[in-house]
Write a protein that binds this ligand. Structure first.
Ligand code: FMN
Length: 190
């Protein structure tokens, strides 16, 4: 069902596309382990070049591991993402597994996996917020991932949406679903 979140699609797309958005306020409650597995399962079914599935997620959901992820975030993201009950980094495998050659589409494929996860999160009443604002150069070392094999793409904050009032004032003002450019700016029929 369409949430009344102010978004007005130009054409009648499935509700999942307009319902999903990227809040910054997270409720102070954990995400159930089985729901996290469902999110990663959704990512698992994304399309990929040669079905090589070059995405790789590393996540933390407890106070033993979350500080590692928090330390990777740039300060403006820490202002809100520090309160997320789950933080993750999505990596893209640089080379194809079937022949070892450079995979020029792995970042694209990782993006597909991210989108599947984000849509599934929204369907479950969760929110996933992607972040470019993290220390890409440190992520492999901090999270124990081979930098020769993987490129860190985005950090993710995952959790149940929370109260905007819990955010710093400047962020409260922008805590709402945003709009999109029109069709005329993004698609052309030749
Ligand atoms: C690759 C990528 C990087 C992003 N980086 C950040 C970020 O560092 N900080 C942030 O608050 N939001 C970040 N976002 C969230 C976007 O701002 C957001 O997806 C966009 O404004 C569209 O809004 P929506 O996701 O609510 O539809 C990022 C999103 C993506 C896909």
């Amino acid at each position: 069902m369409t949430q009344d979140n102010g978004r007005k699609p130009e054409y009648p797309v499935s509700d999942i596309f307009v319902n999903r958005w990227s809040p910054r306020a997270f409720a102070p409650v954990p995400v159930e382990a089985h729901k996290l597995h469902i999110l990663f399962e959704a990512a698992r079914w994304a399309t990929s070049c040669y079905n090589d599935q070059p995405w790789y997620f590393v996540y933390g959901d407890n106070e033993q591991t979350l500080p590692k992820f928090r330390g990777l975030l740039v300060e403006p993201n820490r202002l809100w993402a520090d309160k997320a009950p789950v933080l993750a980094v999505l990596f893209a495998r640089k080379n194809f597994t079937f022949n070892g050659q450079a995979n020029g589409w792995s970042e694209f494929d990782a993006g597909s996996a991210w989108m599947s996860l984000a849509l599934q999160a929204s369907e479950l009443g969760l929110a996933a917020h992607g972040m470019a604002g993290f220390y890409q150069d440190k992520a492999c070392e901090v999270l124990g991932v081979s930098a020769a094999e993987f490129k860190p793409m985005i950090a993710l904050a995952i959790g149940y949406p929370g109260e905007p009032a819990t955010l710093p004032e400047a962020l409260q003002k922008i805590e709402a679903p945003n709009d999109r450019r029109s069709h005329s700016e993004m698609v052309r029929c030749l």
